[in-house]
Design a binder for this molecule. Structure first.
Ligand code: FES
Length: 194
């Protein structure tokens, strides 16, 4: 038996997005790598070093591919809410068409992005705090953290010190799918365990 690893999203990773004007923007390839959005079968050794040692296949858990909306239904600067990667704690997210090209943006104008709503400082919900003029989420009602949605959720101001987790998106026809998370969701040691 041989080791087998399958990277489902590898073909799309080859399509590197054009870099924006900001130096902190990462390429789509690096964005995809950062999400860990892969499906893999690995071989692990049970009872290593003993006569009973044997290799068995183990499946690594992967992010779900979830339909979260339609491109045609999005209105510029009007966020739509959804849950991802599950329905558990701190899973509230939003998708928005910014009207300007953004890091990790999808759609023909690369301006559709999605983010988790939980402030990375202490988990307060940022729902309802989207600002169209600055393309940002915040200020958080607890300690004023504000995040730039055009630059992978980087912190603009406030008490937090981590970027807002960005939801990896794919567009297929008119459908928008969430396929991964870039960054750790507040309150979780693992994004796939709520
Ligand atoms: S919880 Fe948002 S800034 Fe503290």
């Amino acid at each position: 038996m041989t080791k087998s690893t399958v990277y489902k999203n590898a073909p799309s990773a080859k399509k590197a997005a054009k870099k924006g004007g900001h130096k902190c923007l990462v390429s789509r390839r690096n964005f995809l790598i950062g999400t860990g959005a892969t499906t893999a079968t690995v071989w692990v050794t049970l009872n290593a070093g003993t006569a009973d040692a044997k290799k068995v296949p183990a499946q690594i858990t992967t992010y779900p591919r979830k339909l979260i909306g339609k491109v045609s239904a999005l209105k510029q600067d009007k966020p739509l809410d959804f849950s991802y990667p599950d329905e558990g704690s701190y899973s509230d997210c939003m998708v928005v068409k910014l009207g300007v090209e953004a890091g990790g943006g999808v759609g023909k104008d690369k301006d559709i992005v999605a983010y988790n709503y939980a402030c990375t400082h202490q988990g307060n919900s940022l729902s309802g705090s989207y600002k169209a003029d600055t393309k940002s989420l915040g200020a958080c009602s607890l300690h004023l953290s504000t995040y730039d949605l055009t630059r992978h959720g980087i912190l603009i101001s406030g008490q937090a010190y981590q970027s807002l987790p960005q939801i990896l998106l794919e567009v297929e026809g008119d459908n928008i799918y969430a396929t991964g998370v870039f960054g750790l969701i507040f309150g979780r040691a693992d994004n796939l365990q709520s």
